[in-house]
Design a binder for this molecule. Structure first.
Ligand code: NAP
Length: 311
């Protein structure tokens, strides 16, 4: 019987995904398949999804076996009460590699003081020698697919890395913490803090005024996680007071970041337009195809979202 896959991940992505999806499904042994951007809801077996204002009501998809998100972060869909089918999020090698490169680049930029070097092409001969990575402690909030990979890449460069997660973890080369006391310990000991947490009720505003006050004075924040992990007003106050030295932000409460948002003009903020890492069509299509294969074989889906935990 033909398997019907609704591509509900936006018009712009369709040209990137059409061929990789067909190729990956064929490679997974799924050959009798129809993939389209529109089809009768009751015919749909699987929904390939990315945040989509046009698809918020999943009630009509009475025969759908799963919703397969192309995004790792699922805060926009996880609480959708019309969604009764299993929800799988994206775990993709391309996404992971991209995030490791972006986070490593941002940490090295701040560690080496590259902004000051670039700003000083004016005849000034000032030899500010940066410390070695081994003397620059880094905190990683979130030790999941992306956080653990970034933490290990930084540890491989000799940064002492302390990580924080919800449950106790064991990540080689990383000092792992969890719980409230663990968060305080990581923040108090980190000169650079990277956020790779999902946005849930428990993580919203995890960096509030009290948490920011725990950081060593002048610490740098790098946030490719989600905007609402940080209290915007508290961050600006901490930057103005010198408590936070710089914040490189890739994600925001409202995206695109409104032109009148104070982050744009703040000298202590780097605004990056949610480009830290993108799901890559070829590798992501393989993940989608494997989950379709599993669904058809009656096997457990990969990367199922825990709807209660919110990620
Ligand atoms: P993941 O594998 O689900 O990992 C999430 C990590 O956060 C886990 O270590 C988890 O702890 C921890 N966590 C969750 N709730 C927590 C809490 N209340 N307290 C402490 N730790 C908590 O997610 P991922 O694939 O690494 O992705 C992380 C996030 O990155 C996504 O949700 C998304 O928001 C963001 N992202 C951004 C971009 C971008 O381009 N900017 C791209 C992709 C993803 P446990 O290990 O105990 O479960």
């Amino acid at each position: 019987m033909t398997i019907s896959i609704l591509f509900a991940a936006g018009e712009a992505r369709w040209p990137q995904y059409e061929t990789p999806l067909t190729t990956a499904l064929t490679a997974a042994g799924i050959t009798d398949v129809r993939i389209a951007r529109e089809m009768a809801p009751e015919e749909v077996d699987y929904i390939v999804y990315a945040p989509n204002p046009d698809l918020q009501d999943f009630t009509p998809f009475v025969n759908a076996k799963a919703v397969l998100s192309l995004w790792a972060g699922v805060e926009g869909i996880v609480g959708n009460r019309t969604l009764t089918q299993p929800l799988c999020r994206m775990v993709d090698d391309g996404l992971k590699e991209g995030m490791v490169e972006w986070v490593t680049g941002q940490v090295l930029r701040h560690h080496l003081g590259l902004d000051a070097v670039l700003a000083r092409q004016d005849g000034t001969w000032r030899q500010d020698v940066p410390p070695l990575a081994r003397h620059r402690p880094v905190g990683m909030l979130g030790l999941g697919e992306l956080g653990a990979a970034c933490a290990q890449a930084l540890a491989a460069l000799n940064f002492p890395v302390a990580g924080w997660s919800r449950s106790a973890k064991d990540v080689a080369g990383v000092t792992c913490h969890h719980g409230e006391a663990g968060l305080r310990e990581v923040l108090a000991g980190s000169e650079i803090v990277v956020l790779l947490l999902p946005l849930t009720a428990a993580t919203e505003n995890v960096l509030d005024a009290a948490a920011l006050a725990l950081l060593p004075k002048g610490a740098v924040i790098v946030n490719p996680g989600r905007g609402a992990l940080i209290d915007d007003a508290a961050l600006i106050a901490a930057l103005d007071a010198g408590q936070v030295g710089h914040a490189t932000l890739d994600v925001f409460r409202t995206e695109p970041l409104p032109v009148d948002h104070p982050f744009w003009g703040h000298p202590g903020v780097t605004v990056s337009p949610h480009v830290a890492s993108e799901t890559r069509a070829v590798t992501a299509a393989e993940v989608v195809a494997e989950n379709v294969r599993r669904g058809e074989a009656g096997e457990a889906f990969l990367h199922l979202v825990d709807r209660g935990a919110g990620y």
